[in-house]
Write a new protein. Sequence first.
Length: 201
Amino acid sequence: MYRKFIKRIFDFSIALIGLICLSPIFIVVTIGLYFANEGKPFFFQERPGLRDKIFNIIKFKTMNDKKDADGKLLPDADRLTPIGSFVRKTSLDEIPQLINVLKGDMSVIGPRPLRTYYLPLYSEVQKTRHHVRPGITGWAQVNGRNAISWTKKFELDVYYVNNISFALDFKIFFMTIKKVFIREGISKEGHVTTEAFNGKN
């Protein structure tokens, strides 16, 4: 009952209330990133959702599009703007995903939606992470986030899929609040962004 019906009701309600309460921050960050990223405050990218259905995830754009002399994008560390770094460290870049939750693309809590080109790399067990809607936060995020290996992340995602309950979601929700305040596990040491998954790591 919770997994099929109640969870979606909670998702919609929390996302709507969250957007209303966070609207002042949403507006300020949007304006700041608009000027930092030459009129592009938002970042859209295709991600696989429930049963591999592709949707466009919405996030605040934390890196600009500056290129080198050959027309290639500069390294991530060189494109990360000061305000973008702040937005990422405080996890404010996730706020626009509440729109995805309202649309039904995502859940507040679930396995994080990854890049579409990872789909062929999953094992049969790892594929079960797509048996539920992806989330803004999840069991892997509160147990290491980007500081743990991909293998461990997928183990935690599969555990969540097999054990969804109100109690587990409640625990993840409040653990997420704690993680945001202590800014833990945002990236691996020496990496600005998440290390790419290659089917092994």
